[in-house]
Ligand binder design. Structure first.
Ligand code: PHE
Length: 466
């Protein structure tokens, strides 16, 4: 076997991990869950989840990957041969690939918007017309698939060239560009009339909503998604790290930069929403319909902002998608003994093909709901609300209970430290209990409390197969 690939520098790893973390989650998803969760209360719940659950689990994943020096499944196998813990890795590879299948679809929409702002077609839509404009595009047949495939081809292209020459190099270019763009756009946002209201919405204390479990459910789901946890991505990236790297500082840097990026994204988006009197709780369509409405009313300035805005979102999505593909590629290279090129092309093709039903499910020919969900929403819900969290929980339990504590702490460089002791207990109790509570809550809301209760779903299921 030839030597395993490695990052050229520690900075390369950090940039790639930040690239994985910063994505659609920080802009598209963060802004709409923040809007739906009522602003400040959500932000507090989110920051608590990030530091109490996200950071400990991130450090656990990085530790597993670096120690295992293998893909998401192989790393568990190496550290605990013959044990069931590798299910954490299996869930990771599955969820990573499933998420990429629809992530590529949404990223395709983003790239379509860049193109349409550049070509002038998006800027020329009449007031109030963006709902139809967006609906018309995603409900088409050729358009959504074309942009999805194009996006996925770029992702495959980067992964094809390997850890150093593909992934590391791409992130070295993308990350500074992203930071620059988000800061400029946020500063611009802060000069707009609605900036005060936006600041109020995001930062003025209102603790009422903190009693609302749904806000916590959204917060922890967001924390997992935005930190790329539970999907094998961080395990895989960390497995290309040499032994010397200090893991806690790397994890801290990734969490801090990811959180800052989300806050800046909020500062760029909400001033626009409030300046133009739009609804911050518009949901997933916030960046695709609500914001373009604002760009439209704002004229040429809006078109220019729109170009840079969607370009920023597109690049952020690209660096995340790269890490998602690498999860499956890394697995196939070891397990099936494929070359990187073959693994990248094959895994990329399978995941893209599996994403096509998602691309066609938003008003297109495959819109027939399955158990009440569109295909895209179904895959999104299964991964987001369940497999992700379970994968993360298994990793936390493994590092907390399943693996020798002294060895774990030696591996992270936290032996004989208070932080190390606290971290282990967070992994043993706080993270699993928190995750379990939220998953149970999601389950309850979905199957028992909602109108679409279990019995309703069963009837639908039967109807579906008849
Ligand atoms: N963290 C990415 C985002 O915020 C999504 C992602 C999840 C990427 C899992 C890789 C792995 O968009």
């Amino acid at each position: 076997m030839q030597g395993r690939e490695q990052w050229a520098t520690k900075l390369g790893f950090i940039l790639a991990a930040v690239g994985s973390a910063v994505g659609l989650g920080n802009i598209w998803r963060f802004s709409y869950v923040l809007g739906e969760g009522g602003g400040f209360a959500f932000l507090i719940a989110y920051i608590i989840c990030i530091f109490l659950i996200g950071l400990p689990v991130l450090l656990a994943e990085i530790t597993v990957g670096r120690k295992g020096q293998s893909d998401a499944i192989g790393s568990f196998e190496k550290i605990a041969p013959g044990k069931w813990w590798k299910i954490g890795g299996v869930l990771g590879v599955l969820s990573g690939s499933l998420i990429l299948s629809f992530y590529g679809v949404i990223a395709g929409w983003v790239f379509y918007y860049v193109f349409s702002y550049l070509s002038g077609s998006a800027g020329g839509v009449a007031e109030g017309g963006y709902g139809d404009y967006f609906g018309g595009f995603i409900g088409g047949t050729v358009g959504p698939v074309f942009w999805q495939v194009l996006f996925m081809a770029i992702v495959v292209g980067v992964v094809y060239f390997g850890v150093k020459k593909g992934i590391e190099l791409a992130n070295r270019m993308f990350m500074p560009l992203l930071a620059l763009l988000v800061v400029i756009l946020a500063i611009y946002g802060l000069t707009m009339d609605g900036a005060g209201e936006a600041m109020n919405f995001m930062f003025s204390p209102d603790f009422g909503q903190l009693g609302n479990m749904e806000v916590w459910g959204m917060a922890i789901g967001q924390a997992f998604f935005t930190l790329s946890l539970g999907m094998g991505a961080m395990i895989t990236y960390a497995s290309y790290l040499p032994k010397e790297t200090k893991l806690p500082s790397a994890a801290g840097t990734v969490v801090t930069l990811d959180t800052l990026f989300a806050i800046f994204a909020g500062l760029m988006i909400f001033p626009i929403v409030f300046t133009f009197g739009l609804d911050p709780a518009a949901g997933p369509e916030l960046i695709f319909i609500t914001l373009p409405e604002a760009f439209g009313q704002w004229g040429t300035g809006g078109t220019i902002f729109g170009i840079f805005f969607f370009f920023l979102v597109g690049i952020a999505a690209l660096s995340s998608a790269i890490s998602l593909l690498e999860v499956g590629v890394s697995w196939a290279m070891r397990r099936l003994d494929w070359s990187r090129k073959k693994a990248a092309l094959t895994a990329g093709a399978i995941i893209t093909a599996f994403g096509i039903p998602s691309a066609l499910s938003q008003g297109g020919p495959l819109s027939q709901p399955i158990f009440g969900y569109s295909f895209l929403d179904l895959i999104d819900t299964i991964t987001d609300q369940y497999t992700l969290a379970l994968g993360g929980m298994i990793t936390a339990l493994f590092v907390g209970w399943g693996w020798n504590k002294i060895e774990v702490l030696r591996e992270t460089g936290l032996q004989d430290t208070t932080i190390g002791a606290i971290w282990i207990w967070f992994l043993r109790i706080v993270a699993p209990v928190g995750i379990f509570y939220i998953v149970a809550n999601n389950f309850y809301n979905m199957f028992i409390a909602s109108e679409e209760s279990m019995s309703y779903l069963i009837i639908q299921m039967i109807n579906y197969f008849l």
